[in-house]
Ligand binder design. Structure first.
Ligand code: GLN
Length: 214
């Protein structure tokens, strides 16, 4: 199994280290041809506007979109999650996105006073114990489409919680990890902890896709 890691900007080396530790071969992706022969791709955290603009300049946006629709797994962490989304709330106008997942995300959702924080999340897909999640200028998922499965919610005093929406509805502002078929997105940074369960979960997705295509 060979997993590509988009290496334009941000925390790509940390993902490489975890995958290497669990015995997975990695490839740094900077050009379209680096996507050839990969079994999956990680889009790391960093600055989503920078990653998007550099990807555009290097002709990577369309190849990345094609990769995401090919059925092979793609995992976006933090800025990577923003890039996968089809809607960004309060984003920079014209920010390049892959638009692969049916989610709306709010950039820097936690405001300046809690730029960064950590929280233990109950994630049924990973089992016990709770997953220690590191949030850094994190986005939040504010809308999920029908095909999207919610993997984790943030339920602490730090979450911007449920707010009143239009027509008396309640908007849920606690979703921090989702899956839509072959696509995975986390608002936090599993590559910054010693817990490799999220990387193993992603490798499970990659193994399934690999077996289906061979
Ligand atoms: N705030 C960053 C953005 O909007 C994401 C931060 C991160 O990836 N840690 O792109």
């Amino acid at each position: 199994m060979r997993i590509g890691i988009l290496a334009l900007q941000g925390a790509f080396i940390e993902h490489e280290k975890i995958l290497t530790r669990i015995g997975v071969e990695t490839v740094e992706v900077r050009l379209p041809q680096h996507l050839e022969g990969l079994d999956g791709l990680i889009i790391p955290g960093g600055e989503s506007t920078t990653i998007g603009k550099v990807a555009q300049r290097w002709g990577l946006l369309e190849p990345l979109q094609a990769f995401a629709t090919s059925g092979r797994p793609v995992w976006g962490t933090c800025a990577g999650m923003i890039l996968l989304a089809n809607e960004v709330v309060d984003g920079v106008p014209g920010q390049p996105l892959l638009g692969a997942m049916d989610i709306a995300v709010r950039r820097n959702a936690f405001g300046r006073q809690v730029d960064s924080f950590e929280a233990d999340l109950e994630i049924p897909a990973l089992g016990e114990p709770p997953f220690h999640a590191v949030f850094i200028r994190a986005p939040l998922i504010e809308r999920v489409g029908q095909e999207v499965e919610i993997l984790a919610r943030l339920e602490t005093e730090l979450s911007p919680v449920t707010v009143a929406g239009e027509n008396g509805t309640q908007e849920d502002r606690t979703v921090v990890a989702v899956r839509q078929g072959n696509l995975l997105a986390t608002a936090f940074h599993p590559e910054l902890t010693e817990d490799n369960r999220f990387h193993r979960y992603f490798m499970g997705m990659a193994t399934g896709a690999h077996q289906r295509s061979h």
